[in-house]
Structure formats: C-alpha cells, structure tokens
Design a protein around this ligand. Structure first.
Ligand code: SAH
Ligand code: SF4
Length: 362
C-alpha cells in the first residue's frame, strides 16, 4: 500500500485550548493531558519538546513527531534612548519579518503586536500601509510575539500587563487568526491576560466590528478615524471608502449599545490637514452623545508621506473644541519615536539599509 501523504505539522501555538484538546482527544488523551500540556506551554513556557518532562513519554514522542513548537526569531532589535521601549523585528518561518514593540513604564509592561505582514488598507501616512499586503499571521505567529517578550520580561522579573493589537496589519482583516490569538491570551490556565488589558485597534472594518459585538470577544475596541467627513477620511484611509462614516458609526453604536463598552477613537494629527477647527467640530458632532474617548496622536513622520505632525497649539485648540462637545480626549506621544517605533517604520528602515533579500525558493 502507498504511504499516505505526510500531513502538515501543526504549530502548537496556533491552537486555543479547546482545539488542542480536540487534537489530543483524537490521539486518545483526556482533557487532563491537554491541560498539563497547556500549562507547560503558557505557564512554564517551555521552548522545546525535551523540556516537557511532566508528560508521558509516549505523548511527548507523538508531539515531537506530529507537531512543532515554532516561535519567531530576532531579526533586528533597537532600544529607545529613554530606555523604556524595545523594538523587535521578528522573523517568521517563511522569512517574513514583523514588528513587535515592548514598552515598560512604571512597572507596567505593554506589548504592541502585529497581526499581518504588511497591510492591505493603504493608509497614506502609515509605513505599513506604504508596504502593501503580504499575508495574514497565524494565531501562533501572533502568540509567538507575546512569548518572545515574556521571555525578555522574565529576565527582570517583570510581567506583561497590556497587549495592544496596533502593530503591523489590520486585525479585523485577519479576524480568525487574531481572535484565536486573543482566546489564547485570556485563557485562565495560561497567560491569563485581563480582557480589559487587550486593545484591538481597527481602521474601521464594519463587518468585523459587528461580529465582535455579536460574539462578545474579550477586547477593548479602538477605531482609527483620522477624518470626520467621508472626503477627508477617504483621502487618508483609502479602505474607508468602502465603509462610509455613516455605516461605520452605526456599527460603533451597535457595538457600544450591545456590549456596554466605551470605544476609543484614534486620530493622527497632521498639521494643516485634519487638525483644523472644522475637522474638530465635525468630529465633535460625529461622536457627541456616544460613549467615546478620543486618542490624539501627533503624526509620526514616515519616509513615504511628506506631511508633518501638529504643533502643541493646534493640538490644544483641537482638544478644547472636542471638550465643548463633552468628549474626553488624551494626547498620546508615540513612544520610542527615535527608534522608528511607529507602525511599520522599523521594518521600512531596516530594509532601506540592506540589499534586497533573495526571493525564497518555493
Ligand atoms: N490597522 C489598525 C492597527 C494598526 S495601526 C489601525 O489602523 O487601527 C495602529 C494605529 O497607529 C492606528 O490608529 C494608525 O492610524 C496609527 N498610525 C499608523 N501610522 C501612523 C503614523 N505615521 N503616525 C501616527 N499614527 C499612525
Ligand atoms: Fe493598515 Fe492600520 Fe497602517 Fe492603515 S494604519 S495601513 S489599517 S496598519
């Protein structure tokens, strides 16, 4: 009889606990073994099959034969001058690289994760958007970024508190991969992150926002607006043309009504562009009466976009107008600006200084 074609090996980090249970169940192991393996992966954070010493040798042998413990490796790394931010460019199995940023501040560590290699949404000011889309990340590739930084934090006895899905890519374009990773993050037997400490930022993918509301997934939602009229927003965020503001705001209202959770709205302040009193009033009118908080981020200049960040006076004036509509806002400096910590900027900078990579053999 012909040998059956080899099945692709499963990366264990791709599987939420229920899926891991199904896999082990097919091999005849009970939920008890699933949980032993799970705690080894996410509590002890073992990095090799050899380290799975608490499991039956037959189970370890089966895992070794049919699964992988695949994590990204460091391709490039930089520290910010203030010492708080460490930015990693991590390499995935197929040679793709993605950015992961670790921020430590007053004992609270936050990691910013990528959900895709590149991004299809094409925001004109964003270094990732300027690269275009390559592919979705698997849940294991998203979780691999987390395990990479928890290993670094262990060296100094720190723990991870916040996760922001604000690195490269659009999380709701990769809904399945991203939300499977969220399930792994919040699992109480493993990494056990608090749902309030996971923020998912979307460019405004309307079907994804509605699905999040219906499924009640354990995340805080942030919506990147950047423009309060369809004309202004469409010029900065080309993908937004597919979902006009009226549709987007309907989806946001649906989300806040259904989940009773505040939405954060992000706004990159671009001098003379979307920091005008007209845009501030339009934004105020758009969000008035909603459970909303606006995060204002002075533009982080990128090589592919000539505009500049707003100055402090325009930022203050913008905030004052929002306050007149009863809207709270916070100005967020993008930390680690000196190390290209804006979304996609490190990858862009590293690739500018290196000869182009050879195409991968297929
Ligand atoms: N794709 C998602 C999440 C990743 S981007 C989204 O767009 O929301 C995370 C945030 O960084 C978004 O609000 C995005 O608009 C913002 N951003 C990207 N490039 C920026 C830049 N050059 N300056 C300021 N903010 C930027
Ligand atoms: Fe994609 Fe977000 Fe960058 Fe827009 S801002 S291109 S959605 S990563």
């Amino acid at each position: 009889m012909d040998a059956s074609p080899a099945l692709p090996l499963v990366n264990l980090y791709d599987l939420p606990r229920a899926a891991l249970g199904e896999l082990l169940g097919r091999w005849g192991y009970s939920a008890h073994y699933r949980d032993l393996l799970w705690t080894a992966l996410y509590r002890q954070q073992v990095e090799s099959f050899d380290a799975l010493t608490g499991l039956k040798p037959e189970l370890v042998a089966a895992l070794r034969e049919r699964t992988l413990l695949e994590r990204p490796t460091t391709h490039h790394e930089v520290f910010s001058s203030d010492g708080y931010t460490r930015k990693l460019l991590l390499r995935l199995r197929d040679g793709q690289t993605v950015e992961t940023v670790l921020m430590r501040f007053k004992g609270r560590a936050t990691v910013c994760l990528s959900t895709q290699a590149g991004c299809a949404m094409g925001c004109v000011f964003c270094a990732t958007g300027q690269m275009g889309f390559v592919r979705h990340l698997s849940p294991g590739e998203i979780i691999g970024q987390v395990l990479h930084v928890t290993r670094l934090l262990r060296e100094t006895n720190e723990t991870l508190r916040n996760v922001v899905l604000m690195g490269m890519g659009e999380p709701l374009h990769n809904y399945e991969g991203t939300l499977a990773a969220v399930d792994i993050l919040v699992d109480a037997l493993g990494l056990a992150l608090g749902p309030r400490f996971i923020t998912l930022s979307t460019v405004g993918v309307v079907p994804g926002i509605r699905r999040l509301a219906d499924e009640d997934r354990p995340v805080q939602l942030a919506v990147s607006l950047h423009g309060a009229t369809d004309a202004e927003r469409g010029a900065l965020v080309p993908a937004a043309r597919k979902w006009p503001l009226a549709e987007l705001m309907d989806a946001c209202r649906y989300y806040t009504d259904k989940r009773k959770r505040r939405i954060f709205y992000e706004w990159a302040l671009i001098s003379g562009r979307n920091d005008t009193p007209e845009q501030a009033h339009a934004l105020g009118a758009l969000l008035q009466g909603m459970d909303a908080h606006v995060n204002l981020i002075p533009l982080n200049p990128t090589v592919g976009y000539a505009e500049q960040p707003s100055g402090p006076d325009s930022v203050r004036a913008f905030q004052d107008i929002l306050a007149g509509y009863g809207l709270p806002s916070t100005v967020r400096q993008r930390r680690g600006i000196d190390i290209d910590a804006g979304c996609g900027q490190l990858k862009a900078a590293v690739e500018r200084t290196r000869p182009p990579r050879q195409p991968l053999a297929s």
